[in-house]
Design a protein around this ligand. Structure first.
Ligand code: NAD
Ligand code: WQD
Length: 339
């Protein structure tokens, strides 16, 4: 299949490009590099030994993106492109709605105009909302969004569901990711946040490398086994492979196909710090801080549907996730910036 990967220079997109190419698919990538680097594209080509077209276009520029559909016969789209910082979305909701919804509308209109009938969308566990019971199961309704970012994911899920009703033959795979971490085993691609990281793993990695002084643990008084927040961390390569199987099994089946992509078990913040300390070979310093506003105590996936219907489950454990993150951090201490 020839797959258009939007946001393919990003963290999850670049890893998925590697897995698609290694599974024998052809890809075309579009990314405006607002949160990524052209070097990720070069690294994907280096890892796989394969070249592919890359368009540095903004999906909000529909006229430019039309060229991609004119110049390539696309069989299916994997849609990663979007802004994803939860806190920033609270400060700049219009930016998030404009970018995430506007991009998706342009993409769906182009798909309609060029008769491309399959899309796989990067959704999120956040669509279950704050009140959902754990583990999260796909049969649960979407809850009340906890941020404009989360609301944009819910709205896009709805758009895709409506498009399935309206367009005969349309297939929409909604993949709800839990907490993707890790990096490609080569250490040549990985998560490359701008400035001080908001998320746990990149923060811990930068403490390990000496860029940051100590880990701040946001709260140790949650009703969890050690009082710190519990999340379902999943290796980004496992996640990427989930996209390949979802596409291969569901792209040609009209309808809405909804799957959690998680490991199905949670780790606490202190367990993650321990696992990373083991990967590094020394205890990493941390300090207990107040809770972070908006954080939930604990959630993880029920991963059974993906296992039964796609034959997919995560393979890599937390030790491997930390070891791969650490390899990427050591090889590229400044991410894709000049070292
Ligand atoms: P990322 O920021 O690394 O990748 C997103 C890519 O989209 C970036 O390369 C960015 O430059 C590009 N982009 C953004 N707006 C664009 C536009 N208008 N036109 C073209 N390109 C644009 O993020 P990621 O972690 O790889 O996430 C990929 C997708 O998965 C996102 O939609 C995100 O919301 C979703 N997701 C991520 C997580 C996570 O924890 N990383 C969890 C759940 C869902
Ligand atoms: C994990 C745990 C923190 C940083 C976010 C989005 C979510 C999804 C994935 C896109 C929590 C604790 C963190 C730190 C800490 N993205 N923590 N110190 O918040 O679970 O999920 O990314 O859809 O929507 O909200 O991820 O990595 O920020 O936090 O103690 O410096 O680590 O409190 O318990 P989160 P995270």
């Amino acid at each position: 299949m020839k797959i258009l990967v939007t946001g393919g220079a990003g963290f999850i997109g670049s890893h998925t490009c590697v897995e698609l190419l290694e599974a024998g698919h052809d890809i075309v990538v579009v990314d405006n590099l607002v949160n990524s680097s052209r070097k990720a594209i070069e690294a994907v080509q280096g890892i796989t030994g394969r070249k592919f077209p890359f368009y540095e276009y903004d999906l909000l520029d529909k006229a430019a993106c039309k060229e991609i559909f004119e110049q390539n016969t696309i069989d299916a789209v994997i849609h990663f492109a979007g802004l994803k910082a939860v806190g920033e979305s609270v400060e700049k909701p219009l930016l998030y709605y404009r970018n995430n919804l506007g991009s998706t509308l342009n993409l769906l209109e182009l798909m309609r105009d060029y008769s491309v009938n399959s899309i796989v969308f990067s959704s999120s566990a956040t669509v279950y909302g704050a009140e959902a019971s754990i583990p999260y199961v796909e049969s649960m309704p979407r809850g009340k969004a906890t941020s404009p970012y989360g609301a944009s994911k819910q709205m896009i899920e709805q758009m895709l569901e409506d498009q399935v009703v309206a367009e005969a033959g349309f297939s929409a795979v909604l993949l709800r990711y839990f907490n993707p971490i890790g990096a490609h085993e080569s250490g040549e691609i990985g998560e490359d946040p701008n400035g001080i990281p908001n998320n746990l793993l990149p923060y811990v990695a930068q403490v390990a490398s000496g860029k940051l002084e100590q880990i701040g643990v946001f709260g140790n008084d949650y009703p969890t086994r050690d009082g710190t927040g519990v999340r379902d961390y999943i290796h980004v390569t496992d996640l990427a492979r989930g996209h390949v199987v979802a596409l291969e099994k569901k792209a040609a089946q009209p309808g809405v196909h909804l799957y959690n992509l998680g490991a199905g078990r949670g780790y606490s913040v202190l367990e993650v710090v321990d696992a990373f300390s083991t990967a590094v070979g020394r205890k990493l310093p941390y300090k207990i801080m107040p809770r972070r506003a908006g954080d939930l105590p604990e959630y993880y996936a029920d991963p059974v549907k993906a296992k039964n219907e796609l034959g997919w489950q995560s393979e890599y454990d937390i030790g491997r996730m930390c070891a791969d993150t650490w390899r990427w951090q050591q090889k590229h201490p400044n991410g894709f910036e000049e070292e």
